[in-house]
Design a protein around this ligand. Structure first.
Ligand code: SF4
Length: 436
C-alpha cells in the first residue's frame, strides 16, 4: 500500500487539506482515510461501494431503469438542452471549477438559467454583499488572530465538523497560542445545539428575531438605551456580549442558514455586516458565511468572472440577467417557466419544496451525480460520474474564497467519465446541433 498525504476533503466548505489516504499499490483501491471527520471519510469510502453505479441509466415508461451508454446519455442531454426554450441548469456546488466553466459555456449556447445551491442557502448573503460590501478575511487569519468567535445561526459541530478544531476555536495560531482558552465563543441560536453547548455565551434568541438582536448589538456598542428584552434576550446579556466583542483583538462572525433563510433574509445579513463594520471602530472584526457544499463558493466565483453574477443567472435572452425572486430555481419551477432541467453536483430532490420536485419529475431531466439520490430518482436520465477530489482533481474554493487544488487519490472504475469530460462531450454535441 501507499499513503497519499495533504489530500483535500471534497465535502464541506471547510475544505480540510490535511487528509491522509491509504491506497493499494496499483492506485485502484482506496483502503483507509485518516484525519477526516466522519462525513468526510464516508465520502472517500463511498467511492469503493460494491453496489456503486458505473454506467448511465434511463427511466422507462413503466418506471424501471435501463442501462445506457455514455454516448446515449450525451445525445439525450444535448438534445434536451438544445430543444428547450428555457432550460434550468442547476447545482454546480459539488464539482470542480473546470466543470463549472464548461457547464457555463453550454448554458450560453442553449440560453439556460444557471443557478447553484446558494439559491436556497447563502444567496441572501450574496445579495447583502452586493448591497453593502463585506469586511472579511481568510480562515488562516481567524486561526492566527481571532480571539472573539461568533457562530450565528449555524452549527459547525454537525455541519462543518473540523471547522472548530482546525480554524476557529481550538487551534493554537501565531497570536493565539493559548488555543481555546484564549478565545471567547458566542453562539446565537434558538436551539441548544452541540455548538451552543460548548460556547462561553449562548444567546438563545427567539426564532426569526435575528434582525432585532443584530440592531440591538449596534445600539449596545454605542452604550445607548435598550428595552429590557430584545428577541427574547435580557438587555444586560446584550450589553455584556457587546462588551466582549469590543474588547477582543480580533472578532469574527460566522453565520449560517439559521439567519440567511429565516425571517428578514438578506436584510439580516445587511445588519450582521453593519455590526461587523461598527465593531471595526473599536477593534478588528470580520464576517464570513459558513458555505456548505465544498465548492459552492467556486461556482459563484466562476460565474462572477463569466457573467458578473454569482447565482440565478438567466442567459435565455442572450445576455446575463440576475433578479433573485424571478430568476431563482424554485420561483422558475413553481411558475412553470422552465421546460427542461439539468442537475449536476447537488440534490434538489432532497432540498427543494415538494412542489418544485414534482415539476422536476414532470420535465425532461438529467442528473449527473456519482450517488443514487432523491434527485436521481425523479430524473429521466442519471449519469454517474467519477468523484471529484477522490478520482479526479480540480480547483475548489474554500468558504473564505481561497482556491485550493483538490487531488486525485484513486482511479475511477474503468470507463467512467468525469463531470468535465461528460460536459465537454455535451458541449461539442450542442454546438453541432446549433450549427455553431
Ligand atoms: Fe471534510 Fe468538512 Fe469534515 Fe473537513 S470538516 S473533513 S472538509 S467534511
Amino acid at each position: 500500500t501507499k499513503t497519499v498525504t495533504d489530500v483535500i476533503c471534497p465535502f464541506c466548505g471547510t475544505l480540510c487539506d490535511d487528509l491522509e489516504v491509504v491506497v493499494s499499490d496499483d492506485g485502484k483501491e482506496l483502503l483507509e482515510v485518516y484525519n477526516a471527520c466522519a462525513i468526510g471519510a464516508e465520502k472517500f469510502l463511498h467511492s469503493q461501494a460494491k453496489d456503486r453505479l458505473t454506467r448511465p441509466r434511463m427511466r422507462q415508461e413503466d418506471g424501471s431503469w435501463k442501462e445506457i451508454s455514455y454516448e446515449e446519455a450525451i445525445e439525450y442531454t444535448a438534445q434536451m438542452l438544445a430543444d428547450a426554450t428555457k432550460p434550468l441548469m442547476y447545482g454546480w456546488s459539488s464539482t470542480n471549477c473546470e466543470a463549472q466553466s464548461v457547464g457555463s459555456e453550454i448554458g450560453e449556447y442553449v440560453g439556460a438559467v444557471m443557478d447553484n445551491t446558494a439559491t436556497v442557502c447563502h444567496g441572501t448573503s450574496l445579495i447583502a454583499v452586493q448591497d453593502i460590501g463585506i469586511p472579511s478575511c481568510t480562515l488562516g487569519e481567524v486561526k492566527n488572530r481571532a480571539d472573539r468567535i461568533v457562530f450565528w445561526g449555524c452549527n459547525p459541530a454537525h455541519a462543518h465538523p473540523r471547522h472548530m478544531s482546525r480554524y476557529s476555536i481550538f487551534p493554537r495560531g501565531f497570536f493565539t497560542g493559548k488555543g481555546h482558552t484564549g478565545r471567547k465563543m458566542v453562539v446565537v441560536d434558538p436551539r441548544v445545539t452541540d455548538t451552543a453547548r460548548i460556547a462561553d455565551v449562548h444567546l438563545q434568541i427567539e426564532q426569526g428575531r435575528d434582525y432585532e438582536l443584530l440592531d440591538a448589538l449596534r445600539v449596545a456598542f454605542k452604550g445607548e438605551q435598550l428595552p429590557d428584552v430584545v428577541a427574547g434576550i435580557a438587555k444586560e446579556k446584550i450589553y455584556e456580549v457587546a462588551e466582549t466583542l469590543k474588547s477582543g483583538r480580533f472578532t469574527i462572525i460566522f453565520f449560517g442558514m439559521g439567519v440567511t433563510q429565516s425571517l428578514g433574509k438578506n436584510h439580516n445579513i445587511d445588519a450582521a455586516i453593519a455590526v461587523t463594520r461598527d465593531l471595526n471602530e473599536y477593534t478588528k472584526a470580520a464576517i464570513m458565511p459558513m458555505r456548505g457544499h465544498y465548492n459552492v463558493t467556486g461556482s459563484g466565483q466562476v460565474w462572477g468572472w463569466q457573467f458578473g453574477f454569482p447565482f440565478a443567472v438567466d442567459l435565455s435572452r442572450g445576455f446575463a440577467r440576475y433578479n433573485p425572486g424571478e430568476t431563482t430555481s424554485n420561483d422558475l419551477l413553481r411558475r412553470g417557466e422552465v421546460d427542461a432541467i439539468f442537475v449536476l453536483g447537488s440534490d434538489p430532490g432532497a432540498h427543494f419544496p415538494f412542489s418544485s420536485v414534482k415539476k422536476i419529475y414532470d420535465l425532461p431531466s438529467v442528473a449527473v451525480e456519482p450517488h443514487e439520490t432523491p434527485t436521481t430518482e425523479v430524473c429521466k436520465v442519471h449519469v454517474p460520474v467519477a468523484f471529484v477530489g477522490v478520482e479526479v482533481g480540480g480547483c475548489a474554493y474554500r468558504m473564505d474564497n481561497v482556491p485550493i487544488e483538490t487531488r486525485k487519490v484513486v482511479e475511477p472504475p474503468e470507463g467512467m467519465m468525469t463531470d468535465e469530460e461528460f460536459l465537454r462531450h455535451v458541449l461539442a454535441r450542442v454546438k453541432e446541433i446549433k450549427g455553431v
